[in-house]
Design a binder for this molecule. Structure first.
Ligand code: OGA
Ligand code: MN
Length: 256
């Protein structure tokens, strides 16, 4: 998978290694968490969304979804449409583009959770984008919640997709907040133990999603590829998509 030129370029090799470490850290197909530590979900930051009337705009439950559990998903997975203005989207894109452009999309690792991607983590942002990211953090995390200061930037090729996975509890806490740039997409959540419990989430370009508690721990999430990308029976064309993701620190009580 690595051509000789690529191997000769030390910088590229390091970048590749860091990407693989990041990949390994963040995504585990196998869920290994101490249920006791998270069963008492702290929904304080999302509690106000329990009665969110907008959920039908972005959430499509499969027919077999248990009616009695829907409210938990509605509470724990929220999408804010048009969270970014066009100008803010452009500004974020312009700041990450020069770096992303220098990397190749990774298509070779079929066993990975992601296919057709390049990614990085960024600490420093220009003042305008810092303000936008602070707005994300203020909405997603309750005051005082320890957060990862590095922001994850994931660039998915138009032919790329994210396979079902649950973010590793060793490296990420109970809330994941993601901005979608450049393309609409569909995120599918499937219950890890009851595979017939499926809900599709429409992630419009410039939206923000906040995934927490049951959505974050009990369901795998994936981003559908171009071939299968549809929401409630309507095709959702997939172009190149960049997501910018803020996470909180791992929760204290968990298995090793
Ligand atoms: C991930 C992930 C979702 C997204 O990087 O673990 O699931 O919105 N990303 O890109
Ligand atoms: Mn993930």
């Amino acid at each position: 998978m690595c051509c000789a030129r690529y191997l000769l370029n030390k910088k590229c090799v390091y970048r590749h290694i860091f990407t693989q470490i990041r990949h390994f850290k963040l995504r585990s197909k196998v869920l290994s968490i101490n249920k006791e530590s998270i069963n008492t979900y702290n929904s304080s930051c999302q509690g106000e969304n329990t009665d969110n009337p907008n959920w039908k705009n972005y959430m499509s439950f499969c027919k077999s979804y248990e009616n009695t559990s829907k409210h938990l998903m509605i509470r724990d997975m929220t999408v804010y449409e048009n969270f970014l203005t066009e100008d803010e989207e452009k500004s974020l894109h312009e700041e990450v583009e020069p770096y992303m452009k220098r990397m190749r999309y990774e298509f070779d690792h079929w066993d990975d959770a992601i296919h057709g991607y390049r990614e990085t983590e960024r600490l420093h942002w220009n003042p305008k984008n810092t303000t936008v990211l602070q707005r994300v953090r203020d909405l997603a995390f309750p005051p005082g919640k320890p957060q990862l200061s590095l922001v994850h930037v994931l660039d998915l090729d138009e032919k790329g997709l994210i396979k079902p996975h649950i973010d590793s509890v060793r490296f990420c806490g109970n809330t994941i907040a993601g901005l979608s740039l450049l393309s609409d997409s569909v995120m599918r959540l499937v219950h890890d133990k009851k595979k017939d419990q499926v809900v599709d989430i429409l992630l419009k370009r410039r939206s923000l999603y906040i995934m927490t508690n049951t959505a974050r721990y009990d369901f795998t999430h994936e981003i559908l590829g171009a071939d299968t990308s549809e929401f409630a029976g309507v095709k959702v064309p997939r172009r190149r998509r960049i997501s910018i993701i803020c996470r909180c620190e791992p929760e204290e009580k968990q298995e090793n």
